[in-house]
Design a protein around this ligand. Structure first.
Ligand SMILES: Cc1cc2nc3c(=O)[nH]c(=O)nc-3n(C[C@H](O)[C@H](O)[C@H](O)COP(=O)(O)OP(=O)(O)OC[C@H]3O[C@@H](n4cnc5c(N)ncnc54)[C@H](O)[C@@H]3O)c2cc1C
Length: 452
């Protein structure tokens, strides 16, 4: 009897180093390659924001088109369903008598729930999941409970061996449906912003990601990474791997292998080590999301500590649009909106500003980043926000950055602020002062009695 498999692509949009694709091609006679674009991503979430900005959508669309081209080279093609995954996959399983479903492990809470819901809905089917998005496999981690801070985690894992990345499959089992059904076809119209800042030219897809990886490790940039990584602008300051990593266009094991090759050929130094160190931060947050589930999104975080913040709609809007009293923050936020990218230092500065200067609930900042970051990754985003808000993996508690000092350090000549036309100063934080709030006469009388 013919065995038909379904490969459900998620944040692993690539054919190289994809253990599931290799496994599927060895086991099944025919294969459906499917991606689900969930309509829920376009509707407002609990923070009133859609998950995908037009920049994020452009990058994702490019990544899907590239995946389709790469699958075609191996005799396959990609079906993109505009539907909720459980419904779409169940329908395809029934229509094509699928007996095994493959996917890469996703550490996100909702994504895990969806995977479980699918298994419940389709009893009797085989479900295969592999670790393709992390350096290490879950089963090889040398602890049962993730350490509550990064340093003990790093000490436990940094010398563990990392699997070699797998090559792309030469050929994949054919698709069981006629070609006409399987054209990469987006049933929804979504505006995909094409205007890019030439300094931040990210294009989605495995092909663009691999090209960038090669260029990076054939330059001298890795030798200067540690000194430059805090720069607010400039393509060469940091690796810029994150958007391709987040979509799985680049495998983190492939990056690791390239880094080791670079070190062998050019010598290892503090900077090349630091690049690995940052990949370990990413790794930490992946397993952190896996361990803490929905606590990743909780106001009190994993610390169960209540931040002294709430929600001020006006302050939040000013932060999003770059109209706070802090020009550096405004420049960073304008950069994010225009390009979908912001350096790590800039993310720390604007997050600290939102929580400490504007006293706004950190989860709104995380949701805004989710909407706009090309490299949005559930684990790294919400994990870093918790850290900055003092409710996450930081043993030191809340990080409060001095805005003036950060400006002096990272934009001493004001060039970055000027580039984003964010020089405006003396903007009030609130348009209504507490003293101007309309107060009814009875309350005013009570207040005067109490203050007498
Ligand atoms: C509030 C906040 C939100 C963030 N949200 C995300 C997110 O949604 N997606 C995301 O990939 N990163 C996120 N980061 C981490 C970091 O800012 C980005 O990974 C980095 O800026 C991406 O640029 P790069 O690839 O040039 O990084 P590089 O400095 O070149 O680092 C190399 C790689 O290491 C990893 N890395 C570096 N720093 C971190 C870190 N602090 N946490 C986790 N991984 C790290 C990334 O995979 C990155 O691509 C966030 C940081 C903060 C402070």
């Amino acid at each position: 009897m013919r065995r038909i498999g379904l490969y459900w692509f998620g944040n692993d949009l690539r054919v190289h180093d994809n253990a599931n694709l290799q496994q599927a091609s060895a086991v099944v006679d025919q294969l459906l390659c499917v991606y689900c674009l969930d309509p829920a991503w376009l509707a407002p979430n609990q923070y009133g924001m859609a998950n995908l900005s037009s920049q994020r959508w452009r990058f994702l669309k490019e990544a899907l088109q590239d995946l389709d081209r790469n699958l075609q080279q191996a005799g396959q093609q990609l079906l993109v369903c505009y539907a909720a995954p459980v419904a779409a996959i169940s329908a395809l399983v029934a229509k094509h008598a699928v007996s095994v479903v493959y996917r890469s492990r996703h550490v996100g809470f909702q994504e895990r729930q969806t995977w479980q819901a699918l298994q419940k809905r389709l009893p009797g089917l085989r479900f295969v999941e592999s670790d393709t998005q992390t350096l290490f496999n879950l089963k090889d981690l040398p602890f049962a409970q993730l350490p509550q801070a990064f340093t003990p985690f790093k000490d436990l894992v940094e010398h563990l061996p990392v699997d070699h990345p797998l090559p792309p499959p030469d050929a994949l089992p054919p698709c069981p449906a006629p070609k006409s059904d399987w054209l990469l076809n987006f049933p929804v119209y979504l505006p995909a912003t094409s205007a890019l800042d030439p300094d931040m030219a990210f294009h989605g897809g495995e092909t663009a990601g691999k090209k960038h990886l090669k260029a990076y490790f054939h330059s001298s940039h890795p030798n200067h990474y540690k000194d430059r990584r805090n720069g607010l602008d400039g393509w060469e300051n940091s690796s810029k791997f994150s958007p391709w990593l987040a979509h799985g266009n680049l495998s983190v094991r492939k990056i690791y292998a390239e880094l080791r090759r670079y070190e062998q050929e050019n010598g290892a130094n503090e900077s090349t080590y630091w690049l690995y160190f940052e990949l370990l931060w990413r790794e930490y947050f992946q397993w952190y999301a896996q361990q803490y589930g929905k606590q990743l999104f909780a106001f009190r975080g994993i610390q169960q500590r209540k931040p002294l913040t709430c929600f001020y709609p006006e302050r939040f809007q000013k932060w999003c649009n770059g109209y706070t009293p802090y020009p550096l923050v405004n420049a960073c936020m304008k950069q994010l909106k225009a390009t979908g990218y912001m350096s790590n230092r800039a993310r720390q500065i604007v997050a600290s500003c939102l929580v400490n200067e504007l006293a706004v609930d950190w989860r709104f900042g995380a949701a805004y980043f989710e909407q706009h970051l090309l490299d949005y990754d559930v684990a790294s985003n919400w994990g870093n926000w918790q850290y900055l808000a003092g409710v996450g993996a930081d043993p030191r508690g809340q990080r409060h950055f001095d805005m003036e000092k950060q400006t002096r350090l990272y934009d001493p000549q004001g060039k970055f602020i000027q580039k984003w036309q964010a020089e405006v100063r003396n903007l009030p934080l609130d348009s209504v002062d507490a003293a101007d709030w309309p107060v009814d006469p009875a309350t005013a009388k009570l207040a005067s009695i109490l203050s007498a």
